[in-house]
Structures are given as structure tokens and as C-alpha cells.
Write a protein that binds this ligand. Structure first.
Ligand code: GDP
Ligand code: CA
Length: 329
């Protein structure tokens, strides 16, 4: 395998290509770290779009925007969504005008959404729009929408089906998750940039994103899981010490009757991955994960700051060099 990192002194060398699969918060952190090490032509960051929804005539792409804002280093550090140095004048005014604004969108964020709306109206695809927005934000690494067709996560709950943002933002993930469906999947295919990257890729990295609602929609696109399963592929566990750092991943696992641990995540990806990165806290799970056919790397996987993101990304790439090429499934 030909994954080489840019050395401190040597500049770039001939390299393979890495695909990073990402959702929002957890995914964006590792993708940002990888982008500090790999050249733009060495990395494709493929982002989940199954959380996307329409709001006040705008197309909201929560995971794409989290990745864009993190790569551009304009993200809100504590909040996990939206931009740093943000104001909410439009939100305050729409509330004053009597609109139930349960979805918060800042003023700068709205500017990006107006441009996305404008480009959609001009007939551009979501992938083209995403590349265009990345360029406007001075991002040099490709940020790739997983698909140009709308795929929408629906959460099945005892109260019936809820659209993802209704469940996630409006209902704060309180309803029990019985399962999920991906609306529109039958008509969807990977975007052209994703398909091309899949052919080229020497390594697939599953960022520490929610396995169900961030990574699975990407894998569910036609042909993706099969291709990933045939190439060196590793994940960084989003579950550390039996808990998620943020978001509903652990709650979902418990409700779906899955062991809430890094082992539970590894079981979910069994047959698809040959590498798995766990936190030092979960070291005792190593042998059990290895029985799933994965090599295990243990390290500090909590990315506190930019240096932590770069360090983990570097370890992931070093670990990847030890992974053999899998036999095609
Ligand atoms: P969302 O779409 O914004 O919910 O974000 P993702 O699906 O990309 O990421 C959510 C997951 O990221 C959660 O399960 C968190 O536990 C995980 N996560 C967030 N920060 C970190 C981190 O620094 N390290 C690791 N290993 N996981 C993280
Ligand atoms: Ca998301």
C-alpha cells in the first residue's frame, strides 16, 4: 500500500489515496486532522447527506456544513455546529414575526445557505455546490457529498416515524429509536466524485461518527459497502468507555439492543473493516475485537484541539500502513 505522509522536511511524495467517511462533529474533527497531513489530491472527505432537510426554503446540510466549517477553521468550538463569531439577528426577527424557530441558524450561516439555495435554483448538483462552497471558504481538500440524490434518515419510534431533524433537534433524541429507514435510497447512487475516489482509494477511514445515522447511509449507497469491504479500511471508535462524547450514538445502541462499547461498534462493522482504533480506556476489548478479523490500535482518541486531531490522524495513517489488502469479498 502506498500511503505516505508528507514528511516534515521532504515535502510531498508519491502517495495513495485516502477516503475519509464523515458525519458531523466527530467526523469533521478527524477529517480536519487528516487534511493537515495529506495533500488535497491524497484525500477525499465523503460526507453523509442523510441528515439534510429543508427549512424556510433553504437546504440545510448539517454534516457537510460542519465539515466545511471545521476545515475552514471557522466552526464554533464548543457548540459543535455553526460558526464561531456568529450573530442571530435573523432568528430573533423570524421569532418576533411569529415563526416557531426550533432550528437555530445564525446570520453568517444563513449567508452560506442563501448561496446554496441560489446554486440549487440554477440547477447545480449538491456535489458541485459543495465544492463551490468549499472553494469560497478557501478549503483545498475535496469535500464530497455522498450522493446528489436526496436520501433521508427516518427514525422509527413508538410514536411513529420521525424525520431525522425532528427527532434530533426538535425532540432532542428523546423518543426511543426502534430502527431507521433511508427514504430515497432506491433512487440514489454515490456522487461521481465519490465513485471516482472509491476506484482510486488505497484506504478508507471511518471517522469517529455515529455508525447508524452518519456512516451507514454512506455505506448503504449502491456498491459502496462491497468496495469498502474489499479494500484496507479502518474506523476510529466514536464510543469511548461505553459512552459517546456527544450525540445519541450510545443511546441508539442501547435502544437497538447492541452492547454499548467500542466492541459493539466493531461488531457493527464486522466484515467491512480490517482495522479498528480504540481509546486507551477500552484496551481490554482488544482481543474480542481481534476475533472479528480486525487489527486493533489503541491510543488516546479524544481530540481536544487541533494538535490532538493531527496527532490522531497521523497515528491512523501509520496504523493503516500495517493493514494488509483484503481479499475481495
Ligand atoms: P454528528 O453528525 O454531528 O452527530 O457527528 P458524527 O456522527 O460525525 O459524530 C458523532 C460521534 O462523534 C459521537 O458518537 C461522539 O462520541 C464522537 N466524537 C466526537 N468527538 C470525538 C473525539 O474527539 N474522539 C472520538 N473518538 N469520538 C468523538
Ligand atoms: Ca449529523
Amino acid at each position: 500500500m502506498a500511503i505516505e505522509q508528507r514528511s516534515e522536511v521532504g515535502g510531498r511524495r508519491s502517495v495513495g489515496h485516502v477516503i475519509a467517511l464523515a458525519g458531523g462533529v466527530g467526523g469533521a474533527k478527524l477529517a480536519h486532522g487528516l487534511a493537515q497531513i495529506l495533500q488535497p489530491e491524497q484525500l477525499s472527505i465523503v460526507v453523509n447527506t442523510a441528515d439534510d432537510f429543508e427549512h424556510l426554503g433553504l437546504l440545510i446540510c448539517p454534516d457537510i456544513d460542519t465539515v466545511l466549517y471545521n476545515l475552514a477553521e471557522v466552526n464554533h468550538l464548543k457548540q459543535g455546529w455553526g460558526r464561531e463569531d456568529e450573530s442571530f439577528k435573523v432568528l430573533v426577527e423570524t421569532k418576533r414575526l411569529g415563526h416557531d424557530a426550533w432550528f437555530r441558524l445564525g446570520d453568517r450561516d444563513i449567508a452560506l445557505h442563501l448561496l446554496r439555495r441560489h446554486m440549487l435554483d440554477e440547477g447545480l448538483s449538491l456535489s458541485d455546490i459543495t465544492s463551490n462552497l468549499a472553494e469560497r471558504l478557501d478549503i483545498t481538500h475535496p469535500v464530497v457529498a455522498m450522493s446528489d440524490q436526496a436520501v433521508r434518515t427516518i427514525i422509527n419510534t413508538p410514536e411513529g416515524e420521525l424525520s431525522f431533524q425532528d427527532y434530533f433537534v426538535h425532540r432532542r433524541c428523546e423518543p426511543i429509536m426502534l430502527g431507521m429507514t433511508l427514504q430515497g435510497l432506491a433512487q440514489a447512487r454515490p456522487s461521481a466524485a465519490f465513485s471516482d475516489a472509491l476506484v482510486e482509494a488505497d484506504l478508507i477511514v471511518f471517522c469517529p461518527s455515529n455508525p447508524y445515522v452518519s456512516i451507514d447511509p454512506i455505506l448503504a449507497l449502491p456498491g459502496v459497502q462491497k468496495t469498502v469491504a474489499a479494500k484496507p479500511a479502518l474506523a476510529v471508535s466514536p464510543i469511548i468507555g461505553g459512552a459517546a462524547l456527544k450525540g445519541p450514538a450510545a443511546k441508539m445502541m442501547a435502544e437497538l439492543g447492541v452492547e454499548v462499547s467500542a466492541l459493539g461498534v466493531a461488531r457493527h462493522y464486522a466484515g467491512v473493516l480490517n482495522g479498528f482504533v480504540i481509546d486507551g480506556q477500552d484496551h481490554d476489548l482488544t482481543a474480542a475485537i481481534e476475533t472479528l478479523g480486525m487489527h486493533v490500535h489503541t491510543t488516546d482518541t479524544i481530540m481536544q484541539d487541533k494538535a490532538g486531531r493531527v496527532r490522531l490522524a497521523g497515528e491512523v495513517l501509520d496504523f493503516a500502513k500495517t493493514l494488509g489488502v483484503k481479499e475481495p469479498a
